[in-house]
Write a protein that binds this ligand. Structure first.
Ligand SMILES: C[S@@+](CC[C@H](N)C(=O)[O-])C[C@H]1O[C@@H](n2cnc3c(N)ncnc32)[C@H](O)[C@@H]1O
Length: 146
C-alpha cells in the first residue's frame, strides 16, 4: 500500500498531492500560502531535506518533529549550523507539549503514509486507523493559529 499522501493544513486549507515530491513541487502548489508563514511545523520530518530547503529559500522559524530520537539526533547534528530550525522528538499522537495556535502551517509529507502502512485500502480505513487520523488532525487544527 502506498498512498503517497501529502497534506498541508493552513487556516483550514488542505492540499493533497498524490506523487513523490520535494520543495520544487511544493512551491508550485502552495507558495501563496507559504509566503505569509511565520512559524512552520513539519510533522514527521524524517531525514528529509525539506526543512533546510525551505530555510535556504527564506522561510524561518521551522520546527521539525519526529517520534524517532535517532532521526532527530542525526538531523540536529547534520544541520547544527542552521539557525531558527528546531528539532523535536514527539509522537504525532500527543502533540500537547505545544500550546494551541503555535503554528501558522502544519505540513506533513509521508508521515500519514507511514502510520497507515498496515491498512489494506487507504481509501477505506479501519476504524482504528480512522480514530488515529482523527486524533492527529484534531491536534493539528489546535496547533494552527487562525
Ligand atoms: C515515510 S517517512 C517521511 C519522512 C519525511 N517527512 C519525508 O518526506 O521524507 C515517515 C516519518 O514519520 C515518522 N513517524 C511515524 N510515525 C510517527 C508518529 N506517530 N509521530 C511522529 N513521527 C512519526 C517516522 O519516524 C518517519 O521519519
Amino acid at each position: 500500500m502506498c498512498v503517497n499522501f501529502f497534506a498541508l493544513y493552513c487556516s483550514c486549507c488542505v492540499v493533497e498531492i498524490n506523487q513523490e515530491f520535494e520543495l520544487e513541487h511544493l512551491q508550485n502548489r502552495v507558495c501563496d500560502i507559504l509566503t505569509c508563514v511565520c512559524c512552520l511545523w513539519l510533522l514527521g520530518c524524517g531525514n528529509s531535506s525539506l526543512a533546510v530547503d525551505l530555510y535556504n529559500d527564506g522561510y524561518e522559524n521551522i520546527v521539525n518533529m519526529d517520534y524517532s530520537p535517532v532521526v532527530i539526533s542525526n538531523m540536529q547534528k547534520r544541520h547544527k549550523a542552521v539557525c531558527n530550525i528546531e528539532w523535536v522528538v514527539m509522537d504525532a499522537m500527543d502533540m500537547s507539549a505545544f500550546p494551541p495556535s503555535s503554528f501558522d502551517v502544519v505540513l506533513e509529507k509521508g508521515t500519514l503514509d507511514a502510520l497507515l502502512v498496515a491498512e489494506k485500502d487507504p481509501w477505506k480505513l479501519s476504524s482504528e486507523a480512522e480514530a488515529m487520523v482523527d486524533i492527529i488532525l484534531r491536534q493539528v487544527i489546535k496547533l494552527i493559529s487562525c
